[in-house]
Design a protein around this ligand. Structure first.
Ligand code: SAH
Ligand code: SF4
Ligand code: F3S
Length: 437
């Protein structure tokens, strides 16, 4: 019988992309996807370590899987990939002796070289180099049947070293993929039926590639990809405010295929906190950017990330965050409690904010944002919106798609086919979705 594999994925979209890459590699190797870890011969967990919660989630899943492995013994290969694997390295072997392999995010291209000694010589493998070239799926990226939206990574790593963040330590230095590879991968996806592509990177604005005789910045990369016939929508994430150029703002004006949505994490509304985070911009600069974006494209949706309880964040600082939220009125906001990450600068700072205080601040912040999101969504009631049909609604009875501004819309099945852009009228707005007819 065919050997099978199972991959559990945690963390960001980059990890989802990496897991797809891993799955592809394993399929080429002759393995078939399994429905659950119990029945799989190879089980990999692609982990995240961006916050303490992510660590806890990964550790508890690891605990569960090592118990399955204990029952199945040599019949099952168990590995940890991704950012937590990179951070913990050997320490994971010490804690979970049942593990067969540990592999950082930059090592995924080497999956077969890492897997072979495990499979054929029963060796344990630890692979955590960070100096490897970025993944290249330009010839191999296959989609699932009926898949309408897909990711394409355009760069790996990060050089920003925001003082709270572990990512630069676990994903290594920033490196941009050659534009030719990106174009080839995007075309390969569109040829298979993909209609919407989201370009991925920790800081896509700083994309830069230089070859003999030409060079590419992020706007010039977008421009090139915008011409792919059959591609209906182009998105990207994440943008860093300090590198958002006027040229990029112009792309939103000039390129019809580029969706009017920007995810632009602000992290904090107080200048003294922003400075200690080493974000490289002020609240005034951020507000200015949003003004410019809205002047250029009035209907653009702006979403963001923010955290509460960075070391030394006073009540007045926190008020500044709420104030910025009220001024900008984000379409949606991802909010987190700051947590110490081993080895970062912020972990060494004194004046830690207490757990209860962080929880209280997060609650206040989230209820403010809920109100804003709902009010903004309500303005769409009775309006006609264009939706790209992506799949079934969560409950399965309806179709689901998103507006160009990235709002989820559920609507009756007879309104269109998968991969079409359909016009529907919004009937009821909720916080996380819209219901249309
Ligand atoms: N590259 C992106 C985000 C990467 S991590 C950017 O620069 O915006 C995703 C989000 O996790 C961050 O935007 C931040 O809000 C949050 N985050 C990162 N480190 C964190 C920490 N130590 N504690 C709490 N939240 C954190
Ligand atoms: Fe982390 Fe900052 Fe890099 Fe984003 S830009 S990944 S927050 S170091
Ligand atoms: Fe997590 Fe690594 Fe992404 S730490 S957020 S999986 S880059």
């Amino acid at each position: 019988m065919n050997k099978s594999f199972y991959i559990a994925t945690m963390g960001c979209q980059m990890n989802e992309y990496d897991s797809e890459f891993l799955a592809q590699q394993l399929m080429e190797y002759g393995y078939a996807p399994a429905d659950d870890p119990e029945s799989a011969d190879i089980v990999l967990i692609n982990t995240c370590t961006v916050r303490e919660k992510a660590d806890q989630k990964a550790m508890s899943l690891l605990g569960r899987l090592t118990r399955i492995k204990a029952k199945k013994g040599a019949d099952m290969v168990l590995g940890v990939a991704g950012c937590l694997a990179q951070k913990q390295g050997q320490r994971l072997f010490d804690r979970f002796p049942q593990l067969d392999l540990i592999m950082g995010p930059r090592e995924l291209t080497k999956i077969r070289e890492i897997l072979d000694p495990v499979l054929f010589q029963q060796r344990k493998m630890l692979a955590t180099r960070l100096d490897l070239p970025p993944l290249n799926a330009s010839k191999t990226h296959q989609i699932q049947k009926g898949q309408v939206c897909a990711y394409v990574s355009i760069m790996q790593g990060c050089d920003n070293f925001c003082t709270y963040c572990i990512v630069p330590y676990v994903r290594g230095r920033e490196i941009s993929r050659p534009p030719g590879d990106i174009l080839q991968e995007a075309r390969l996806l569109v040829d298979q039926g993909v209609k919407e592509i989201t370009l991925l990177g920790q800081n896509v604005n700083s994309y830069f590639w230089e070859g003999p005789g030409n060079s590419y910045t992020f706007p010039s990369l977008l421009e090139m990809l915008g011409h792919i016939p059959g591609l209906l929508r182009l998105r990207f994430t994440t943008s860093h405010p300090k590198d958002l150029s006027d040229n990029l703002i112009r792309c939103f004006q000039d390129m019809e295929v580029l969706c009017p949505h920007l995810h632009l994490p602000f992290q904090a509304g107080s200048n003294s906190v922003l400075e200690r985070m080493k974000r490289g911009y002020t609240r005034e600069h951020y507000l200015d950017l949003v003004d410019k974006l809205r002047d250029a494209v009035p209907h653009i949706a702006i979403t963001s990330d923010v955290m509460v309880g960075f070391p030394g964040e006073s009540h007045a600082d926190f008020e500044q965050t709420l104030d910025l939220m009220k001024k900008i009125r984000f379409d949606a906001l991802f909010s987190f409690k700051y947590s110490d990450r081993e080895g970062t600068v912020a972990a060494q700072l004194h004046e830690k904010v207490g757990e209860k205080e962080k929880r209280d601040r997060l609650k206040v912040l989230q209820s403010l944002q809920k109100e804003i999101t709902l009010q903004k969504n309500k303005t769409l009631e009775g309006k006609r919106v264009a939706v790209l049909v992506e799949g079934q609604s969560k409950k399965g009875a309806q179709l689901m798609g998103r507006t160009a501004t990235n709002k989820i819309v559920n609507f009756p099945r007879d309104k269109g086919n998968m991969g079409d852009i359909v016009n529907v009228v919004v009937k009821t707005a909720f916080i996380n979705s819209l219901k249309a007819e």
